[in-house]
Design a protein. Structure first.
Length: 423
């Protein structure tokens, strides 16, 4: 709400984006023009068009002009607000937490899908048991419909949460093309799981039960069992893809954080050498960088654990020796700064920065090699599946042609039946 005794003429939104390198970007946007003394307003702006990045700071306020025709138009400013974008570490930690929640949610849906399939099997047995009442069977169908609806809602919630997390991460931190492809594949998998096939089968089964069509009811429950089994398999594939995405993102995040820490180490070395900060302050900043690298080492251990959870783990080194070498250089730099040996400390700082960049490159090379190998294996598997499908197609064509040429009492009829079941 804005108001003025002389009346309002216009309202502006002003903001300044302060980049982490010290540069600034200023904008002034017209919210609206007014011709009254009181006005309610709402306003939204998309800062992403200004290519904001992690650790940027946005300060903003509103500027209102009155309509004083006697003394001239005057302006008044609102309180200044500041929004600080999360650091790369904060963003990655939030993403990790969301992915853990998504994995737990998918695991829960998978368990419920298993129970759904068990209930479908119970219904199949119940329909074969003539002593079971139609009312009891109908109750089972209604229960299955409720379970299916609940599964759909949970999957929709997972999909929305995943999309929101992807959008936030992709806006604030540039993502590798391979990661974007994996995100799209997971979204496609979830869409396939969320199709209406189960609902349609249950609706059809309900109609058949009302007609008491035993043969078609049996066929429909078999379709239902096959469909729920396929849903289970698709969820399993989605979970594995999500785990693989998490490993790839972890590697990508570690590379970025190593590069960023190397830049901070180089900056501190330069500030110390040019005496822009005191030895005491340099020692304090070096200690902070050392602690950041200790956290990165924990993330490296977490990466190994996540990789081991994959059905086919990626061939990744632990890089323990490289981590030890970097820690030694950083700790030596801190010790020499405490002793007043700035020159010697600078040598350690430079070496630590170089080693962090080298480790980042090694991680990137192993990631690219592992993903390339994975894609080649996937293509080989697809070719094998296509060959098997073609073989099955020829077998099916042969059986169908032979069925048309033999009679029910012919011994070949039973052999063809067994062949059809094996297909």
């Amino acid at each position: 709400m804005i108001s003025d005794d002389y009346g309002l003429s216009s309202l502006y939104f002003l903001y300044t984006i302060r980049k982490k390198d010290g540069s600034e970007l200023k904008r002034k946007m017209l919210v609206d023009k007014y011709h009254s003394t009181n006005e309610k307003f709402s306003f939204a702006v998309d800062f992403s068009r200004d290519k904001i990045d992690v650790q940027d700071k946005i300060s903003y306020h509103f500027l209102a002009y009155d309509n004083d025709g006697v003394n001239g138009s005057k302006s008044t400013s609102s309180q200044n607000f500041v929004y600080e974008l999360p650091s790369l570490t904060d963003l990655n930690e939030k993403r990790d937490e969301v992915q853990k929640e998504l994995k737990n949610a998918l695991t829960d849906v998978f368990k419920k899908t298993e129970q759904f399939q068990k209930d479908v099997n119970k219904l199949q047995k119940s329909l074969m048991n003539k002593s079971k009442s139609d009312f009891k069977n109908m109750e089972q169908v209604q229960s299955l419909k409720q379970q299916q609806q609940s599964l759909q809602e949970e999957l929709e919630a997972i999909k929305e949460k995943m999309n929101a997390s992807n959008e936030e991460k992709n806006k604030l931190s540039e993502q590798d093309e391979e990661l974007l492809k994996q995100q799209e594949m997971i979204e496609e998998f979830l869409k396939e799981v969320m199709d209406d096939e189960l609902k349609k089968l249950l609706d059809e089964l309900e109609k058949l039960m009302e007609k008491n069509d035993q043969l078609q009811m049996k066929n429909e429950t078999e379709k239902l069992d096959a469909s729920s089994d396929e849903m289970k398999k698709q969820l399993d594939r989605t979970m594995e893809m999500l785990k693989r995405l998490q490993v790839n993102e972890k590697i990508d995040d570690l590379e970025k954080e190593l590069d960023q820490l190397a830049e901070e180490q180089e900056k501190l070395e330069k500030e110390t050498k040019e005496e822009k900060i005191s030895e005491k302050e340099a020692s304090k900043k070096q200690d902070e960088l050392n602690k950041k690298f200790d956290e990165l080492k924990k993330d490296m251990q977490e990466l190994q654990k996540l990789n081991e959870e994959l059905e086919r783990p990626m061939p990744l080194d632990s890089f323990e020796q490289e981590q030890q070498d970097i820690s030694k250089e950083m700790n030596d730099a801190k010790s020499k700064l405490d002793q007043g040996k700035k020159g010697k400390a600078g040598e350690n700082q430079k070496k630590a920065a170089e080693q962090m960049k080298e480790l980042s490159d090694k991680l990137n090379n192993q990631q690219e090699s592992a993903n390339k190998k994975q894609n080649e294996e996937d293509m080989s598997l697809i070719r094998l599946l296509l060959e098997n499908l073609m073989a099955l197609s020829f077998d099916q064509e042969y059986v169908m042609n032979r069925f048309g040429k033999v009679k029910d009492m012919d011994p070949a009829y039973n052999r063809l039946g067994r062949k059809q079941r094996s297909i």
